[in-house]
Write a protein that binds this ligand. Structure first.
Ligand SMILES: O=C(CO)COP(=O)(O)O
Length: 128
């Protein structure tokens, strides 16, 4: 089953909810994991089931990075706030780097997230 991580900084959470609603029927076929608050909000506001890691600032990004290192994830949607400094920037940088190392598809904006989801949907159809 396709395993996808969902992460959004606070200013981007409404965008993540809107994206999840738009792709709800596809996402319902995926194994979803998210950082703490993002996972909670997506689950509450869409009805999707999301496994929740810790909140980003207290280790959630590092937990997602560990899954990337173990090749457990097929993709990550990480809607970052490019205009606000984050206290856990080192964890965020590590996550981005490990995605590059493992060639794990990573989308950091709404448009690239849509391309990623469309690509994963096409992959899923090919696998059927
Ligand atoms: O901080 C985050 C990503 O860096 C997101 O964490 P939350 O989903 O817990 O808000």
């Amino acid at each position: 089953m396709t395993r996808l991580a969902l992460i959004a900084h606070d200013d981007e959470k409404p965008e993540m909810i809107d994206l999840a609603e738009s792709y709800e029927s596809l996402l319902a076929t995926f194994d979803l994991v998210g950082t703490g608050t993002t996972g909670k909000r997506v689950a509450e506001e869409t009805g999707l089931t999301v496994e929740r890691k810790e909140s980003g600032p207290i280790g959630g990004d590092a937990q997602i990075a560990a899954e990337v290192a173990e090749d457990r994830l097929d993709g990550i949607i990480f809607l970052r706030d490019p205009l606000t400094a984050q206290p856990h920037e080192p964890d965020i940088s590590a996550l981005l780097r490990i995605c590059d190392v493992h060639d794990t598809p990573l989308a950091t904006t709404r448009t690239t997230a849509e391309y990623l989801l469309d690509g994963l949907a096409a992959d899923t159809e090919t696998m059927d």
